[in-house]
Write a protein that binds this ligand. Sequence first.
Ligand SMILES: [Zn+2]
Length: 254
Amino acid sequence: MAAAQKKDVEVYHEQHEDGSLKIYARNNTEVLQSVQIEATFKGMESSDKLPILKTVPPGESIYYFSLKPVKNAYSYNYQFTYIKGDVTAVHNDDVVYYLPYSQGQSFIVDQGYNETPTHMDQFALDFHMDEGTEISAIRDGIVFEVVENNNKGCPRQDCSKFNNYVLVLHEDGSIADYSHLEKNGALVEVGDIISAGDPIGISGSTGYASGPHLHLEVYVMRFTGQQSVKAEYYLDKNTVGIPKSGKKYTQEMD
Ligand SMILES: [Zn+2]
């Protein structure tokens, strides 16, 4: 069935009786969007200094600013950029993350922060684990995005589009990415509120993956893309640090 596709984010205006224009952004997606609006105009005054950046919750419209004609002849044009997530997020570096699997389980890190071949300039971790392993949340949050319909993986970039994943938004606006889940391997839905340790997915090898593993990354969103965060973990009950490749870590949460 053919249907007109709604744009993810729309910027529009309402004209008021005094001739002024009120500019709004509408988020048509299910996830928080950062939207920045700029305008060029002649013969008008803006109510606020431009550009203006705001975060727009899923399904909502938010007022940005007004343009008011001050001459008989006037013209205007507005432009906007947007990206999912909160580009103003500042990661709380005091947070210590839990290992992404259940109590008593142990897994080896295959690839650590900033390591070759695929984590260069990226603070991401690959935990080597058989397909079908239960993944648990590393921190409290709200489920931000879920993709679980893919059934394919390969060790090449062009397989990235087959990645199944769960994204969880944290209180500070950062996002945790749990990737390469098996088909229908998400145990949560968008909007679910979860606590650290809750089961959220089943591991697999979908997407850009050379074999079964969990790719885990915490990042903040910027207009230039994802900026990963050097997250620290409970390596065991008493040790906080960064998991290193070649080492095995046991979940000792309780
Ligand atoms: Zn990885």
